[in-house]
Design a protein around this ligand. Sequence first.
Ligand code: SF4
Length: 350
Amino acid sequence: MNRNQNQLIARLPDALLPWYEKNARKLPWRETKHPYAVWLSEIMLQQTRVEAVKQYYARFLETYPTIEALAQANEATLMKLWEGLGYYSRARNLQKAASVIMEQFGGVFPTQYDAILSLPGIGAYTAGAISSICFGLPTPAVDGNVLRVVSRICEIDETLTSAPFKKDVHEALLAVYPKEAPGDFTQALMELGATVCLPNGAPLCDCCPASEFCRSNLHGTQKKYPPKAEKKPRRKEYLTVFLLQCGEYFAVNKRPASGLLRGLWEFPNTKGLLCKEDAAAYLEQKGVKPKDILLSVLRNHIFTHVEWTMNGYLFTCDAMPECFTWVTGEQLFNEIALPTAFKQFAELLP
Ligand code: SF4
């Protein structure tokens, strides 16, 4: 970044801190500086909206109130608690990191940036956020929100995926981090990106504490910055999903230990969109003895890199072959973790 751009960045602490003090949203994780709670909120907020996170955050802390409790968590309960949030590796890494804290840090959350960064599932952004918010260290937390704000303020023609841009912003912020309020500055930048300098559409420049010196606002170039990165089209996959009901039991499978949705539960399924007759024939082969089709629906689910189109059939059947696990409706809804791609079918069950 050039000298002028660094000068603009240097104006941020004085502009943002008073604004944040007045305008910060009241969020449950802002009521504490406990590193366990802040860490949990930062992990949950990755890829997930604030409103959706609130209830998960409260339930998670109720179930696992300490790092020790999380380290000892039963995997099935942990996955069930995370059900619907997606990106399940976040939950697995939380537990791995909790175990590392118990084993290597005597059960106490580490206070140094490098030690925090060494924990499973914690990258530079999360380590910067925890270190500044909980331990008062001047450690920038640079994510897409912050890059967007800086790109607009300084009119920088770099996409949000550019690693050199991210490094430059980290360094420029590091040089101006306010020693008296590093945590508030981290949160002020996040808050500005989340509530004022919005992505996809017009930012709310009239309410922005940086509007006086923001180059995009002064030049009317907000839509130009940041430039959009070229997106690879999502891979499309087609599946037939079987909702098999035998009396009060429903068939489920555990997914493989690696790959997409690893280790979670699913309804039995096969590749391709089968017609009713082919679906029934497939089930015969599996020994299911299908009777009636009660429902036939088409559903979609979008993952980061893949899009599933799924044909779902609800069959009643006369046999419960051992190639599937058979659970009651109570177990299906209250005990096993069904990812959203399949949960949408469970919601159709009688
Ligand atoms: S003035 Fe507008 S474009 Fe500039 S940082 Fe504020 S909200 Fe973003």
